[in-house]
Write a protein that binds this ligand. Structure first.
Ligand SMILES: Nc1ncnc2c1ncn2[C@@H]1O[C@H](COP(=O)(O)OP(=O)(O)OP(=O)(O)O)[C@@H](O)[C@H]1O
Length: 465
């Protein structure tokens, strides 16, 4: 009995306490359930606990302040924070103040129990110094984004090189900035450079600087981005487009911080945290000889994968809300809202351009939609004819495919197209049956449930068209 681990559960939600209680007890732990902070505080004074599981937002106090309080009294006691309102700043704050883990609601009980087990086993606690975190602007309540926030919270304070992977427009640059803003280098420069936007032959000079006369047109010694980012963070976007020679130099800087300007002999030292990003599969580039394998392994150690918009469609409403307010402010017009059908429609699109595409659509609609509530007919062409998620799925059933076509036509208010689709469906049906019964009209009419004359009239009409 006495060697059972003691877990303090703090949550104002009765059902969550119940779920946690059951899971913890059946895993063999003892539990102490509290519905408010004062009670939990009291319990901690009276009893020794091995772990605290605490909600963040409660009417009686917030979990992050309580975490601070716990850590000042019991620095070794692991605390796992659970929240329904996860955002980047609470994730960062939680880790800053020494939370063992940060879990978003709704959570999977088995996953949570794994965290509990790890927390109880571990003797290592996060001792990152607290920092002021600027307003967390990264939006995302989806589990996929919660994972990203946790990673940012964990990695911000380290000097590790980070590789960000994700489709275009998923927020890689935004995450790179967040990592910088939450790091101890926040007051130093954040320098971004996109490998795809610079002519290949100039990339080395751009990155490492050059000496006067290093190449035609090199009129004076020039500093490179590594020098400009000294003490801060260098964001290398589209790293997959970096030429091999520059990759070799980069590998050297990442290993020992040393580099030469192009045409230079003086060994320079870089104190720069590198964050690289790519939308390409670097492993494929390695296989085709376009990317150095050793550099790939070096970069791949700490990676954050950014989910595509379609993998976190539950965040769309929240993102759209923010983008519509921002766009209204920028344009100095009334704030627009999506009607319910528009929201539903947007939530089933594929979003190949990800968050950026949504942001641009919100800007466009803020200026172009005639009324404050945005209707389906207001949507720009790229959205009203966009692929829906269902049609993307392999093996989508015929109803879904037809529905997507009809929806698209109806959205565009295209009566001709809607009628053509109806006619085509009917013709497909009739032709198929005729084919199966070797052109036997009576049999076809019977299968269709039509009268013979109806079929004859139909075939004549189709023939005449
Ligand atoms: N989670 C988010 N919350 C709020 N805004 C976001 C979020 N993710 C992305 N954005 C916004 O979406 C736009 C695209 O993001 P960003 O430029 O960071 O994407 P990217 O992945 O770096 O794209 P690319 O690969 O094309 O350079 C930006 O305007 C950014 O502010």
């Amino acid at each position: 009995m006495t060697d059972k681990h003691n877990v303090l559960v703090l949550d104002d939600d009765n059902s969550i306490r119940w779920v946690l209680d059951r899971a913890l007890r059946s895993a063999g732990y003892q539990t102490h359930l509290c519905a408010d902070v004062p009670n939990a505080r009291n319990a901690l004074k009276k009893k020794q606990f091995d772990l605290v599981l605490s909600d963040i937002r409660m009417p009686t106090g917030d979990g992050v302040s309580f975490l601070k309080e716990i850590k000042s009294e019991h620095p070794e006691l692991p605390v796992v924070l659970i929240t329904a309102h996860a955002d980047l700043s609470s994730a960062v704050q939680s880790f800053d103040h020494g939370a063992f883990e940060f879990v978003a609601k709704p959570f999977d009980v088995d996953d949570l129990m794994q965290i509990v087990n790890r927390a109880l086993e571990s003797q290592q606690f996060d001792k990152a110094p607290p920092i002021e975190s600027s307003q967390g602007q990264l939006i995302g309540r989806s589990p996929a984004m919660q994972t990203v926030f946790r990673a940012i919270g964990r990695l911000a304070k380290s000097k590790f090189t980070v590789l960000l992977i994700g489709e275009s427009g998923t927020g890689k640059e935004r995450v790179a900035r967040a990592l910088h803003e939450h790091s101890t280098r926040a007051d130093e420069p954040f320098v971004a450079i996109n490998m795809a936007a610079i002519p290949q032959e100039l990339i080395e000079a751009e990155l490492f600087g050059y000496e006067k006369g290093a190449f035609t047109g090199a009129a004076a010694r020039t500093t490179g981005r590594f020098e400009q980012a000294d003490g801060g963070t260098l964001f290398l976007d589209e790293i997959g487009d970096m030429p091999l020679t520059a990759q070799t130099r980069l590998l050297r800087v990442l290993s020992d911080g040393g580099y030469y300007r192009v045409g230079g002999k003086e060994l320079l030292k870089a104190d720069v945290r590198v964050i690289a990003a790519t939308h390409q599969n670097l492993q494929t580039l390695v296989q085709s000889g376009k990317f150095r394998e050793d550099l790939y392994h070096r970069l791949n150690v700490v990676r954050i994968e950014l989910p595509a918009m379609r993998e976190r469609i539950e965040d769309l409403e929240l993102l759209a809300d923010q983008f519509l307010s921002q766009a209204a402010q920028e344009a100095g017009v009334n704030r627009k809202r999506f009607s319910e059908p528009v929201l539903k429609y947007l939530q089933q699109l594929d979003w190949p351009g990800n968050v950026r595409q949504l942001e641009n659509a919100c800007r466009y609609l803020t200026v172009m939609a005639p009324t404050d509530v945005i209707q389906l007919t207001d949507l720009p062409e790229d959205l009203s004819s966009a692929q829906s998620l269902e049609t993307e799925k392999p093996g989508a059933d015929w109803r879904t495919l037809l529905q997507a076509e009809v929806r698209r036509a109806a959205l565009k208010n295209d009566a001709e197209k809607v009628q053509a689709l109806a006619a085509e469906s009917e013709k497909l049906l009739v032709d198929t049956i005729l084919d199966v019964v070797d052109g036997h009209r009576q049999e076809t009419a019977r299968l269709l449930g039509w009268g013979r004359n109806t079929l004859t009239r139909y075939l004549k009409k189709v023939d005449d068209e």
